[in-house]
Design a protein. Structure first.
Length: 184
């Protein structure tokens, strides 16, 4: 009988550690499930954009890009090209040699009033073009940068002439184009 009691005591002793082990495993699994669920909930529901300081220059640039995108979305009026005839021939004194530039110029605009104003004020426009070309360095005009600088100068000056004489905005002239450019 004492042996039976010892067996029962030993079986009872083994039963308690098994139930404690099961209890610990269940608690650990429950904590892992709750922790994982809480972490997932935090990740999905508490995710916020990091607060960034707004740079005034960046905000202005973003606003400008938005305006450009809106303008690009609007249908544009087709461009009109105003051909200035006859071609321009300008002489240059380079050292002891006489050099010449012959060029054909067209003006690009999207406003009908520009074409009318160019036709009306063509003598003044031609004079300004010849004056500006004559002020250029002949060797610099041989480079692409020199020709582009000449285009920019002509566009600015023609815009000023038309704003002064025809009450147009300088931006109404979108481009001055060389359709022929011969130097000798």
């Amino acid at each position: 009988m004492a042996a039976d009691q010892d067996l029962k005591i030993e079986e009872g002793a083994e039963a308690k550690p098994k139930s404690k082990l099961k209890l610990i495993i269940i608690i650990v699994v429950a904590l892992l499930v709750l922790g994982g669920g809480g972490g997932a909930a935090w990740f999905f529901f508490m995710k916020e954009e990091p607060a960034t300081e707004v740079d005034p220059a960046a905000a202005a640039a973003a606003e400008e890009e938005k305006k450009k995108a809106e303008l690009a979305a609007e249908p544009q009026i087709p461009a009109e090209y105003i051909i200035l005839k006859p071609e321009f021939v300008v002489s240059f004194q380079v050292g002891t040699r006489q050099r010449f530039l012959q060029t054909s110029i067209e003006i690009m605009s999207r406003k009908k009033t520009v074409s009318e104003a160019v036709t009306l004020h063509e003598p003044m426009i031609r004079n300004e073009i010849i004056r500006i070309i004559g002020d250029q360095d002949f060797d610099r005009l041989r480079t692409n940068d020199g020709r582009m600088a000449l285009q920019d100068a002509l566009q600015k000056q023609l815009g000023l002439v038309l704003s002064r004489e025809a009450n147009l905005r300088p931006e109404d002239i979108e481009a001055v184009l060389f359709t022929n450019f011969v130097m000798q």
